[in-house]
Design a protein around this ligand. Structure first.
Ligand code: NAP
Length: 280
């Protein structure tokens, strides 16, 4: 079994991004907006700042109060949309309950939507036009490419159908000519579907959902999930030890998809900066 080392590849990608970024007439700029006090979100925002430093980007952070209003947030997004030096805008999700995520996402200039969540970018992915790809599935594809896993002609099963992971993941695999099945909470006989998969992507958020017997011999298994076990340790959906007995390739958690998501955000921000400087 080969471990798909996302940490190592992410470091390589970020070094490549930096090389390009420092050559641009104006360095890429990313604005990250955090609303409220979610501790996990706080950690993600801090790591994005570190990534920006590593890549030679300019970055700004905005911390709005938990009680922030929709108007306040939309006003900030509008200001950032108009800023020449900001190429990417990322509003950290989830938002507090009084704020409407969809409205906020739609307010971001699609040219600066480095998360790839705006309907313009989601639509572009659906019909195969250039846009920004959501970072997690884009990072998974980078990882598969690095290890020479070609989805063409393979059976791919994606477990989970969220707008930010499952659906775009399925579309990217389809684009690369896999035959794709998408499973979700209403799928009867999940195990049977999984056992057919040459490429199995788990994106649910439930520890232990994918057991060893659900993994086909020689499969490529990608575990997107980030759960906490009883000891507070980060873990995925896949029973790693049992899956390792059967899989040919397997991502660890942590050190698999997580770092790749972060690297993909840096790639998107570089791309946004190049496009906005008419260099891509
Ligand atoms: P989500 O919006 O909660 O979606 C979860 C999906 O799993 C839903 O489509 C749901 O089906 C499906 N599901 C729930 N229970 C199931 C079951 N028993 N069998 C089959 N499918 C089931 O979550 P998400 O935002 O996509 O994130 C998924 C996981 O990835 C989470 O652990 C999250 O923390 C992690 N994540 C990791 C990264 C990273 O960088 N590594 C990035 C984003 C997310 P229904 O649609 O029917 O409800």
């Amino acid at each position: 079994m080969t471990t798909l080392d996302g940490k190592a590849l992410a470091a390589k990608i970020k070094a490549r991004v930096r090389e390009e970024a420092v050559k641009l007439p104006r360095r890429p700029g990313l604005a990250v907006v955090l609303v409220g006090n979610d501790p996990a979100s706080r950690v993600y925002v801090t790591s994005k700042r570190k990534d920006c430093e590593e890549c030679g980007f300019y970055s700004e952070e905005y911390a709005l109060l938990e009680s922030a209003t929709q108007e306040e947030l939309l006003e900030l997004v509008e200001t950032l949309n108009g800023r020449e030096d900001i190429d990417g805008i990322l509003v950290q999700l989830p938002l507090p309950a009084q704020l409407d995520e969809e409205t906020v996402i739609q307010a971001i200039d699609p040219e600066k939507d480095v998360d790839g969540f705006h309907p313009m970018n989601a639509g572009a992915l659906l019909i195969g036009r250039p846009g920004f790809l959501p970072c997690t599935p884009a990072g998974v594809m980078d990882l598969l490419d690095e290890y020479g896993v070609d989805p063409a002609g393979k059976r791919a099963v994606v477990v989970g159908r969220s707008n930010i992971v499952g659906k775009p993941m399925a579309l990217l695999l389809l684009r690369r000519n896999a035959t794709v099945t998408v499973c979700h909470s209403r799928t009867p006989d999940l195990a049977e579907h999984c056992r057919q998969a040459d490429i199995l992507v788990a994106a649910v958020g439930r520890q232990g959902l994918i057991t060893g017997d659900m993994v086909k011999q020689g499969a490529v298994v990608v575990d997107v999930a980030m759960n906490r076990d009883d000891n507070g340790k980060l873990c995925g959906d896949v029973d790693f030890a049992a899956a390792a007995e059967r899989a040919a390739y397997l991502t660890p958690v942590p050190g698999g998809v997580g770092p790749m998501t972060r690297a993909a955000l840096m790639e998107n921000t570089l791309l946004a900066a190049k496009r906005r400087q008419n260099l891509a």
